[in-house]
Design a protein around this ligand. Structure first.
Ligand code: NAD
Length: 485
């Protein structure tokens, strides 16, 4: 394969205007939906092979979410593509303006391994809806998913406009050296920085969907119903999505001292209810992606600084790349488990004297992708919204925000740049072009030199929407202001 020539062909195809047609976009989205339906079993097999994902989890987090996103895009495509009228100020009298969305051109999508199908195709939906040609590079670490996408996708969608290129960092770097009209990257903050510096060369716009540590604060809830609901939601959001290998999984909990022992007991009970007495035998929790990440997580646990803080779990099984759902209480804050993104089924609980102290705790660290807060205290909720900064904030649940087509999904600061999902995906791959049409029938005569204070006064009045004042000046009933320089 000759990448440069392929990209040249794709640019020419884009220039032909084919991908801009509404019918082309609609057809590609329908074909993507057919791929998900007809290859459903192959996708389950690939996700199981790569990550040991249960097919229900694979549907809940990937296939189902994608079907929903495609349906939403198909329902709204016409409206998204339509130009929107815009008002103009009086200086542009007898003019007509609209905002026309136009595709960006040839775009690159680089995705991660943890939701290897979902996070490859979710941005692709936006890129197609917006009318672009696309190169997609899935992660080499989820090799079964990557190869399924590379082999099967071209038989469903227009392969002149959408190509899947497989490979690891070397291929990624080679791709980043090319000229793109947009780079959409999902992955680590480390590689995100490389993407951003590569984009500098051609001033390429970027979206960076990155990671970090998502905290969850849990208030001392009083009713047993609320406590149980919160704990079940915490478990499913920590160990549930891909065994914690998820950017929006809860990384650690912040809890009031007095609630810690109750919380730990409830976590133990409900982990057992969901994953059985021996989670190693459960097929409802995914496996770690590879030996490298397994060792990374094992080292976080074996760190002499944290060993004594394990209160539940802690066993590992290298042959099966399994790490037991583990709970730790108060590991030292300088330990790697509290300074690095965990990205696995280890849940540190940090105890605080007062739950309000969580605000300073969070603010003293990089801005997270999400903050979760299990609290019914409305004052605390308001303070969390106004006094912290994060990609998003969710009260009394976790991860659920990912499936909302109506909310922008993305980070801030080190957790990312830009956002997508629903219309925000369309916008991420579009340029909103203002189009202004002037008439020759009218003129703002005072826009032309020679300059005098009379013209200055008229400008001042028109920019301040004071049309009566303007009329009075024109009729000579008001004296123009004098400006002496
Ligand atoms: P990664 O950064 O190692 O890899 C992501 C992609 O970049 C892969 O396709 C990989 O092949 C490619 N890549 C690696 N090195 C490269 C290089 N030098 N040049 C160009 N491309 C290169 O990340 P990962 O391990 O796949 O994913 C885990 C990280 O992604 C975590 O930090 C997680 O939080 C984050 N993540 C974020 C989101 C989100 O939506 N915000 C979603 C999933 C994962």
């Amino acid at each position: 394969m000759n990448l440069e020539r392929d990209l040249q062909d794709m640019r020419e195809y884009y220039r032909s205007g084919k991908t801009k047609e509404a019918s082309w976009r609609k057809l590609q989205l329908q074909r993507l939906k057919a791929f998900l339906k007809e290859k459903e079993r192959d996708i389950y097999r690939a996700l199981n092979q790569d990550l040991g994902k249960h097919h229900v989890e694979a549907f809940r987090d990937e296939i189902g979410v994608l079907q929903k996103s495609i349906n939403f895009a198909l329902q709204n495509l016409k409206e998204w593509m339509s130009s929107k009228k815009a008002k103009l100020p009086a200086v542009a009298v007898l003019s007509y303006a609209e905002i026309v969305p136009e595709p960006l051109g040839l775009v690159l999508i680089i995705s991660s391994w943890n939701f290897s199908i979902g996070l490859s195709l979710e941005p692709l939906i936006g890129a197609i809806a917006a009318g672009n040609t696309v190169v997609l590079k899935p992660s080499e670490l989820a090799s079964a998913s990557s190869s399924l996408l590379a082999n099967a996708l071209p038989t469903y969608i227009d392969s002149k406009a959408i190509k899947v290129i497989e490979g690891g960092p070397a291929v990624g770097e080679h791709l980043l050296q090319q000229k793109w009209d947009k780079i959409f990257f999902t992955g680590s903050t480390r590689v995100g920085r490389m993407v951003m510096s590569a984009a500098v060369k051609h001033l390429t716009p970027i979206t960076l969907e990155l990671g970090g540590k998502c905290p969850a604060i849990i208030d001392s809830l009083t009713s047993s119903w609320d406590k149980e609901a919160a704990v079940k939601r915490i478990i499913v959001s920590k160990y549930g999505p891909c065994a914690g290998q998820a950017c929006i999984a809860i990384d650690y909990l912040l809890v009031e001292e007095k609630f810690t022992s109750t919380l730990v007991e409830l976590l133990k009970v409900h982990i057992k209810k969901m994953l059985g007495e021996n989670p190693r035998k459960s097929n409802s929790i995914a496996r770690i992606i590879n030996k490298h990440h397994f060792s990374r997580l094992k080292n976080l646990l074996n760190d002499p600084m944290v060993k004594d803080s394990i209160v539940y779990g802690g066993s590992v099984d290298e042959a099966n790349l399994f790490i037991e759902p583990t709970v730790l209480v108060d590991p030292p804050l300088q330990a790697a488990i509290m300074t690095e993104e965990i990205f696995g089924p280890l849940l540190p609980i940090i105890t605080l004297k007062r739950i309000e102290d969580s605000i300073d705790f969070i603010n003293s660290r990089p801005k997270p992708l999400v903050i979760y807060a299990f609290t019914k205290n409305e004052r605390l909720q308001r303070r969390m919204v106004s006094e912290t900064s994060s990609g998003s904030i969710v009260f009394n649940d976790a991860v659920i925000q990912f499936v909302a087509d109506t909310l922008p999904f993305g980070g801030i600061g080190e957790s990312g740049i830009g956002s997508y999902h629903g219309k925000f995906s369309f916008d991420a791959f579009s340029h909103h072009k203002p189009v202004v049409r002037r008439s020759y029938l009218s003129e703002i005569w005072f826009r032309f030199p020679p300059w005098n204070n009379y013209k200055l006064q008229l400008f001042e009045l028109v920019y301040n929407y004071d049309y009566l004042g303007m009329l009075l000046v024109i009729l000579g009933l008001k004296r123009p202001r004098k400006v002496a320089i």
